[in-house]
Design a protein. Structure first.
Length: 306
């Protein structure tokens, strides 16, 4: 099923404009979502809004209010908000181009795919895209989403573009508030050198498939086991190392310790805790467990029995 655009309008560079659509570039994946149930009946409970004097309030009877002082509000109707004409509600107007390195990472927020909308938009979209390609510049514009005007950064990506919503200046907290209290510490150059050697040992490439949500996987295993009625087995905890007070000794021991990245992949010829040979690693992330069905039940029974 194709995704629905979260925004539709025009992208404009000076006098060149074209219809475009925005799609979310990220999602929740196969995240587990819980519903709230009544413990006795297991019926799903519903949220209700209550007025302290009149009881339950229907959504159609609610209005937006801004508190100007305690218990005093200015009421704003939806129609009044719609009548506010802000050009960026339907137009992303490119205002300037900046070097990519000028934008602090703290300001980057949420990414969206920007694509042309309809056949007539393809040519002007391609003109703007190709003009930006290779310049290593980021276009800045404004966009209204969820009733807020946001500054956005636009960059080319393949045959399309990537639009990233930026945080405003007021949303980014001053680092001095936290870093100024960190005292200056005199450290040994030898300890720094050992730490650099440890970093060199653990150097590798980024593979997003290796960074899975282990807690999410454990929750799904728990749900599958409970759904199948299997007896739950608690995973054995890894033994914790004793506290090392001597920092130099800790660095030296770390330098001799096996690379954690290598430990994860070098499983051929080794045995698991149950004495069975470990499966050969392929370098790929294992497929996500299915939400239900015979395979899920069979998997749950095997995990519980093991």
């Amino acid at each position: 099923m194709a995704s629905r655009p979260v925004w539709e309008g025009h992208l404009r560079l000076s006098l060149v404009a074209c219809p475009v659509r925005l799609f979310k570039a990220t999602g929740e994946g196969d995240a587990v979502h819980f519903h709230l149930l009544h413990r006795q009946t297991l019926n799903r409970v519903k949220q209700q809004y209550r007025d302290p004097e009149d009881g339950v309030v229907e959504r159609r009877d609610m209005v937006k209010g801004y508190e100007i002082e305690r218990d005093r509000y200015v009421v704003v109707e939806d129609d009044e908000l719609k009548r506010l004409k802000v050009e960026s509600t339907k137009v992303i107007d490119i205002e300037r181009f900046v070097d990519r390195g000028e934008i602090d990472r703290l300001y980057w927020e949420e990414p969206y795919y920007l694509v042309p909308s309809g056949k007539p938009a393809q040519e002007p979209f391609a003109v703007i895209r190709e003009a930006m390609t290779g310049e290593d510049k980021v276009a800045l514009g404004r966009l209204v989403m969820s009733q807020r005007e946001r500054v956005v950064a636009i960059e080319t990506r393949g045959r399309g573009m990537l639009l990233t919503r930026l945080r405003s200046h007021d949303e980014v907290r001053d680092e001095d508030e936290f870093f100024d209290a960190i005292p200056d510490v005199t450290i040994s150059p030898k300890m720094v050198e050992i730490a650099k050697q440890i970093m060199a040992q653990q150097h590798g490439s980024f593979d997003s498939a290796e960074f899975r949500d282990r807690y999410e996987e454990a929750v799904r295993e728990l749900i599958e086991a409970k759904a199948d009625g299997a007896k739950l087995v608690t995973r054995p905890q890894e033994p914790e190392e004793s506290n090392v007070v001597d920092l130099m000794e800790a660095l030296r021991r770390s330098l001799k310790a096996p690379n954690p990245q290598a430990r994860e992949h070098e499983t051929t010829g080794r045995e698991t805790r149950d004495g069975k040979p470990a499966a050969k690693q392929t370098g790929k992330a294992p497929p996500a467990p299915r939400r239900g069905g015979k395979d899920a039940s069979r998997t749950a029974r095997r995990r519980a029995a093991g």
